[in-house]
Design a protein around this ligand. Sequence first.
Ligand SMILES: Cc1ncc(COP(=O)(O)O)c(C=O)c1O
Length: 394
Amino acid sequence: MTTPATLMATYGRAPVAFVKGEGCYLIDEAGKRYLDAMAGVAVNALGHSHPGFIAAVQAQVATLTHTSNVYRIPLQEQLADELCRRSDMEQVFFCNSGAEAIEASIKLARKVGHARGLSVPTILVTEGAFHGRTLGALSATHNPKYQEGFTPLLEGFVRVPYNDLAAVRAAIAATPELCAILVEPIQGEGGVKMPAPGYVNALRELCDQHDLLLMLDEIQTGNGRTGAWFAYQHEDARPDILATAKGLGNGYPIGACLAAGPAAQVFQPGHHGSTFGGSPLACAAGLAVYKALAQEDLLGNAARLGAYLLERFRRELGATPGVREIRGKGLMFGIELDKDCGELGARARERGLLINITVGNTIRLVPPLVLSQAEADFMAATVITLVQEFCHGR
Ligand SMILES: Cc1ncc(COP(=O)(O)O)c(C=O)c1O
């Protein structure tokens, strides 16, 4: 790991730098090609150098990059319409990152809570959650490593184990000031953890029964990643607030907080804002992503290749001693081992593959949604060999 002195050492960086991207491949300074199964941590949905994306962003740069939210921004209105159509939500606030989308979501939930007469509107969050690094998002996140040294965190959160409905019911009974439940439909940073089928639907029902807002963090799972526009659509439990980012801009920084039902029509002028959020350039990027997702059937591709790869990983690795569990939905996989496997990142790079290790012992694969069958096969074969060698101590 190498960090130059003039950069704050916030990241443990691998000793490789890329100079070019082509489709699902990144090319380093020495000209070596790597299949990018990390996609900038689930960001480059269209891969690298996607022609439609380039054309849209180049044309917009040459026309109008930034005006201000003091004025109407027609491209922002178009992208809001498109997002609402695809997510079944009703309103959008645009920002520039995932953490900002969570901040907007927390503020929105608190506003609704205060309007209902709560003095400390409280949000139920889960163990293993990752919602970002700004102070509000960090308070909702559950990782002592990220939180240590940054107290005091925000008050107004209660935490229960993920995928535990009994714990949610108990917390609802014990928390009179509760106003919302915030979860990831699949915990990405937390290890690609999947709740039992029906979990999000059951949370929806509990929210309806107790007059709570259901807030979903679809920053990683949204925008086609799991084979649906949004992961909640596998169950169809529409949230009241939905945060997304990552794949929405394919590398151009953009985030969005979406609202429906009791959370729509709540924010009024002055309640929230962003200088850069929803600029013409950002929205041209988002619109290009959504156009490609639809026209190239990338959700279908994610679903098809996702099912194929999950079956193959389970068939070829399921019985390998040391492999604890293999999880996946669309093009989002977690291969959990029984020991830390951080060294596999470097070993994969030697073989021309970029992977990510999360929570120490889980290989996370989130390749571009434009992945081809041949690329999927290369990714699968390489990962399977790496895991087998690692588990057999070679
Ligand atoms: C589920 C989830 N929420 C929030 C975030 C924070 O997003 P950002 O890094 O864009 O602030 C991430 C980023 O990994 C994420 O995966």
